[in-house]
Design a binder for this molecule. Structure first.
Ligand code: DGT
Ligand code: CA
Ligand code: CA
Length: 571
């Protein structure tokens, strides 16, 4: 059990107490506890194992310590189970809807008898929420939209969650002898931002022990199937994992088939048919003869095509490009030379400037930019003009102190509601990198939002537009904005569009990244790290960039420092 999993128990307690309308101080102590646990550097499971006294951790009292110990030792918490029994089982799920917090859930439950997503949808449709807490048709429509979005995302998982599980399962299975190859295929291999399930393929001459080991995986909640060459598990969080074992002769065609996408497969099959061939997971056939199947390269070659990177396999023109020899040479994590968006303890980050710089140097970077929030983002400890100037001096000091990497002076300045910036131009002039972003008033009508952002980036001090749509994957819809207009202005003015690599954001997404490139804009992939560990999130941004057909030259943080600085100077 890792710290994040433990924190989730505490958050759930706080949510349920909140729905019940209990003492706010008690609720806050659980929320604070959850935050403390989440941010803790040391592993709690290890601490409990070593018999350490958890109350020595600032913010953890005796009752919280006891609960953490119970969670670590039993994987359960009786207090939480009892709490759940006191409320209808469908209530907590309502909290997953965008814009619905515990207070609203309590209100709906008590005043309209709502006890599940289904009953909330019925209540909103039939106008039963009218008049509750000044609610009208508009709020009801918003609730219905939130339900629709939730249902679309239900049963899907963010790619980082899929990745973590895929890694843990493949590490676990790789200890087996006789296993030749183990590759997660499907949407995970295509690096899609969310995945429905994991499809793992194995080359294995004796699949029985592999299937036995797989179905004994300790994070499985349920064994859905245990066959001789195929088995399926349901993990605790509801993610399904399929494992298929096969012979090496057909591994290439199976990998091609199970990587998908379905649309890519269908297009390939159509092409094969026109060539008098047949494609299946078992190989590529002319009449009954298998002419390819061992590797993906062989299969594509048999179809008259070069190998197509999995990230492009969406039937969005990749087969035509491959045929003409015009596939992009996709940008790679190895191309990245720096990271220009990160936070330190000066705003809402967890590490110092020096720590971030040293960690970035470990990753082989030549430069980073430190970019704290500005004053309007108060909950994130944003800096005002005076504080930023002082902080820029500290960045310079750190730059002198830490060898082998250049630390650029930056800021993430807030674009205010009216499109003006949250810091003075004179202050911004002192920075090497100015990122502009929106952190409030997400609900503006599209026209106004578009105008606001364009006004923001037209300020000549701005270099980069960060997380341009504000969406949070499976959590928050993008705000309404005419991105085409924004990108047009950015391309014209030399403002760089960010792909925020945090797997909750991936903003711009794949399609918008490709659109930005096609419209002549330059892009940058930034981690937006709030701790040294998060610098490693860069890879998720690379995934999105590759799905957006981006090449090294499209992404400015693949450039050496001098060239980067030249580009950041808006002329
Ligand atoms: P997901 O799991 O919803 O994120 O998406 P995928 O792409 O992993 O889809 P999944 O798990 O249903 O199936 C894995 C791959 O198997 C899929 O990418 C392509 C292939 N596949 C599945 N169903 C079909 C089908 O009906 N026709 C064809 N040609 N291929 C299919
Ligand atoms: Ca899948
Ligand atoms: Ca599947």
């Amino acid at each position: 059990m890792n710290n994040q999993e433990i924190a989730r128990f505490l958050t759930e307690i706080a949510d349920l107490l909140d729905i019940k309308g209990e003492n706010p101080f008690r609720i806050r102590s659980y929320r604070n506890g959850a935050r403390t646990v989440n941010n803790l550097a040391e592993d709690l499971t290890g601490m409990v194992g070593e018999g350490k006294n958890l109350t020595e951790i600032p913010g953890i009292g005796g009752s919280l310590a006891e609960k953490i110990r119970e969670i670590v030792e039993t994987g359960k918490l009786k207090f939480l189970d009892d709490l759940k029994k006191q409320l209808p089982p469908g209530l907590p799920e309502l909290l997953k809807l965008q814009g619905i917090g515990p207070k609203k859930v309590k209100l709906f439950y008590e005043k309209a008898g709502v006890d599940s997503i289904e009953s909330l949808a019925r209540a909103a449709e039939s106008g039963k929420l009218h008049g509750l807490d000044r609610m009208g048709e508009k709020t009801e429509a918003k609730i219905l939209r939130a339900i629709e979005n939730y249902r679309k995302g239900a049963g899907r998982f963010r790619i980082d969650i899929g990745f973590t599980y895929a890694e843990s399962i493949t590490n676990y299975l790789n200890t087996l002898t006789g296993l030749k190859e183990l590759i997660p295929a499907g949407s995970l291999r295509r690096r899609q931002e969310t995945i429905g399930d994991l499809d793992i393929l194995a080359i294995c001459h004796d699949p029985a022990p592999l299937m036995d080991q797989f179905t004994a995986y300790d994070k499985a909640e349920d064994i859905l199937a245990h066959g001789s060459t195929k088995s399926s598990l349901l993990l605790k969080e509801g993610l399904q994992v399929d494992l298929r074992a096969m012979d090496s002769r057909e591994f290439g065609s199976a990998l091609l088939y199970f990587t998908g996408s379905k649309a890519h497969n269908i297009a390939l099959r159509k092409r094969a048919k026109a060539m008098g061939l047949k494609v299946s997971e078992y190989g590529i056939f002319r009449a009954d003869d298998a002419i390819a199947g061992k590797t993906e390269e062989d299969c594509y070659r048999a179809l008259g095509l070069p190998w197509i990177p999995p990230e492009l396999r969406e039937n969005r023109g990749e087969i035509e490009a491959a045929e003409k020899g015009e596939l992009p040479r996709l940008v790679d994590l190895k191309d990245i030379r720096g990271d220009c968006h990160m936070h330190t303890t000066a705003s809402d980050g967890k590490n110092s400037i020096e720590d971030m710089a040293r960690a970035a140097r470990e990753l082989g970077y030549q430069y980073i930019a430190i970019t704290e929030h500005s004053q309007a983002v108060r909950i994130a400890g944003g800096l005002n003009d005076k504080e930023l100037i002082r902080h820029l001096h500290r960045i310079e000091e750190a730059d002198r102190k830490v060898e082998g990497i250049r630390i650029l002076r930056g800021v993430e300045v807030d674009i205010r509601g009216d499109g003006t910036l949250d810091l003075k131009d004179e202050t911004l002039k002192e920075c090497d990198v100015v990122i502009a972003a929106i952190h409030s008033r997400f609900n503006l009508p599209e026209k106004e939002m578009t105008k606001r952002i364009i006004r923001g980036i037209k300020n000549r001090q701005v270099n980069i537009l960060a997380h341009p749509t504000g969406r949070l994957i499976l959590e928050r819809e993008p705000y309404r904005v005419d991105l085409k207009e924004v990108i047009k202005v950015a391309a014209g003015e030399g403002v760089i569009m960010e792909i925020n690599a945090n797997p909750r954001r991936l903003d711009l997404n794949d399609i918008h990244s490709r659109m930005a490139k096609d419209m002549g804009a330059k892009l940058i992939i930034n981690s937006d790290a709030h701790s040294i560990d998060q610098l490693r999130l860069m890879k998720y941004g690379i995934f999105t960039a590759r799905r957006g057909w981006l090449e090294q030259k499209d992404v400015i943080n693949t450039y050496p420092l001098k060239k980067l600085l030249a580009i950041l100077k808006r002329t």
